[in-house]
Design a protein around this ligand. Structure first.
Ligand SMILES: [Zn+2]
Length: 287
């Protein structure tokens, strides 16, 4: 009986080590994207653990999905109620900027998080390398117009959208499907034209209020306060948004620890669509 005790202790220790390794190496976000890692056996850790998913280039090169058909030409202004998955969509407006965008990209990469960048056409034209980096890292790119006008003529709206779409297509190989209206204005020519052209107009469900001079701590708190699965978080990576870049690591750290993972808007829309289809199937099965 006595001889069993050290053996049991050894098994427990090995199991704990295996579990700890699993936590370290398999962040949930990319667990499904990489070569499947064998489930650690309770009695023995894997002989040669795979490197953490965060460093796998294959995990970053998966293209962002297209926007599901049902959401095209729609305004997205609230999350789907009771959505059960702990997914969050961080969105960054007004970039790219040579000072801010690299900081944002670095923080996102550190936490294996994906986000959506609503770029201004004029900034994408001036700093194309950052848009390319965003795409290479698996982030989604949307249009935020060319010059951020608060109102335009009908012709002006078409020009704002088309100029930006051409630049984005040249840099990413894809026409943008997402549009974030400047100032969140959906009634003007710009947003209405975008909807007619089939863009999904993406508003937000949580604002970090990072356009105000409130400092990184408050910006972070605004995001961390009470997120729900499926929330869309408004942030900025445009010129001067140092506080937003400083707040981001804290947001990522605390919300990752709380079990959230960070996805692009098209991924979130796909998850919503899948979930709604499942709900329908359930309600049909139990009339
Ligand atoms: Zn803006």
């Amino acid at each position: 009986m006595r001889r069993l005790v050290p053996a049991v202790a050894l098994i427990v220790a090995l199991a704990a080590a295996a579990g700890a390794w699993q936590l370290l190496s398999a962040r949930p976000h990319h667990a499904d994207r990489t070569v499947p890692v064998a489930t650690p056996q309770p009695t023995a850790p894997p002989a040669r653990p795979a490197p953490p998913a965060a460093t796998s280039p294959a995990a970053e090169s998966k293209p962002v999905p297209y926007v599901p058909r049902a959401w095209r030409g729609q305004i997205l202004r609230k999350r789907v109620r009771h959505f059960p998955e702990k997914l969050l969509a961080l969105t960054f407006d007004d970039g790219p900027d040579p000072k801010i965008t690299p900081l944002v990209l670095k923080a996102l990469a550190q936490y294996n998080a994906h986000a959506t960048f609503f770029v201004l056409g004029k900034c994408a034209k001036t700093y194309p390398q950052f848009v390319k980096q965003e795409v290479a890292a698996g982030h989604a790119i949307g249009s935020h117009s060319y010059s951020h006008p608060s109102s335009t003529s009908a012709e002006g709206a078409v020009a704002e959208l088309d100029k930006t779409a051409t630049i984005i297509q040249q840099l990413t190989g894809r026409k943008p499907q997402l549009f974030r209206p400047p100032y969140g204005i959906t009634k003007g020519n710009l947003c209405q034209t975008a909807l007619k052209e089939g863009y999904t107009a993406v508003l937000w469900t949580i604002s970090t209020a990072d356009s105000n001079p409130i400092g990184p701590e408050v910006i972070a708190r605004n995001a961390i306060h009470t997120p729900n699965g499926g929330d869309i978080v408004l942030m900025h990576d445009g010129k001067g948004h140092v506080a937003s870049a400083k707040a981001l690591p804290q947001i990522l750290r605390e919300l990752t620890a709380a079990g959230f993972r960070f996805v692009t808007i098209p991924e979130l829309l796909q998850a919503w669509t899948d979930w709604q289809a499942k709900q329908k199937a359930v309600s049909h099965a139990h009339p």
